[in-house]
Design a protein around this ligand. Sequence first.
Ligand code: TXA
Ligand code: MG
Length: 386
Amino acid sequence: MPFETGIINLLYNGKNCGKIIHRDFTFGSSGDDMKTKYIKWTPEHGFDTAQIEEAGRVVRDGGLVAFPTETVYGLGGDGLRADAARKIYAAKGRPSDNPLILHIAEEKQLDGIVHSIPEAARRLAAAFWPGPLTMVFRKSDCVPYETTGGLDTVAVRMPEHEGALAFLRSAGVPVAAPSANTSGRPSPTRAEHVQEDLDGKIDMIIDGGEVGIGLESTIVDLTEQVPVILRPGAITKRMISDVIGEVIMDPALMSVSPGETPKAPGMKYRHYAPKAKMTVFRGEPASVADRINKEVQAYCQGGVYREDEIGILASEETAAYYSAGTVVTAGSRKKGTVGRQIYSTLRRFDELHVKLILSESFYGLEQEEAIMNRLLKAAGQHVTDV
Ligand code: TXA
Ligand code: MG
């Protein structure tokens, strides 16, 4: 009975659980084979109407749709359905104690999914939503523990990508979406990356081209007395404190000591990782390049690796410093494109089958906190100070 199903979908325990009420509520069957369907979104033309309606229907029917956001591609399912959350964990091979972020298209959807909205959250939402900021709240009863990895808190974000917003409106429910990569691989910044990891495992992939930011959203926990940044991203600590005053960075984040456990469960895993072993060299770019050149020479002379088996992660400005090794440039320090290209660069090293990656560090850039956090995680905190 489609109509009754619609009512149940809208009202959960007598409460509107953050669902957008559609005038033209439609239902369809989910594709039960796992042939992944591909649809396109472009800034110029948006979506084909029938296709975006189908994407929304797939989510409401409990299926999975990967979609572009301004940060990285997400793997979306109905965030209020335990079965959809379980499918997300299965498709990614992700540990189920690692909670998912709920994505919404309108601020009023928050009311259904969180227990209460602190004043600081209102202010941050006014300043940075839609945008690359995720906030952690106490959850309402509508949100299943499967979505929150067993926690009483829930992370929520309103992306600013037009295609993402259209998709979320079409779904009409808060959409749980981790990054759309196989657990442990670098996050996807292009639909091709999603295809590499998840083709045949999910119902649909929305191809929206290359994303703009390339690093996941900043996460700030507002359930603590003093708000805590659990993951650095494009919205910096400074930008947040300008709006709400005191905020601290989770001390475990930038630490290289294995003893400290980050508060965001996902930050404790060694993900974002390429297949090769990796070391990050910290110091002035010229001294770092000098040191990396010496390392390459020593490995080759010692017969440990061939020259082409050693990857060097450099920038446009520094690539010419290197005389040997497989140099891949992750954008320009000056133009600020390093953040956007870090993950695709790590994937590129996988394609080149290098056995070792020696990486520059990227201090002094606007995205320094977020870039260095991801690089150090990719390297399993393996650092050499020059
Ligand atoms: O930019 C982004 O946030 C992307 C796009 C798709 O929106 N999503 C993303 O999701 O990066 P994911 O699942 O790859 O990372 C979510 C992070 C994990 O580290 C997880 O542990 C943390 O958020 N997290 C989620 N819910 C949490 C909660 N209630 N408390 C603390 N940390 C939480
Ligand atoms: Mg992720």
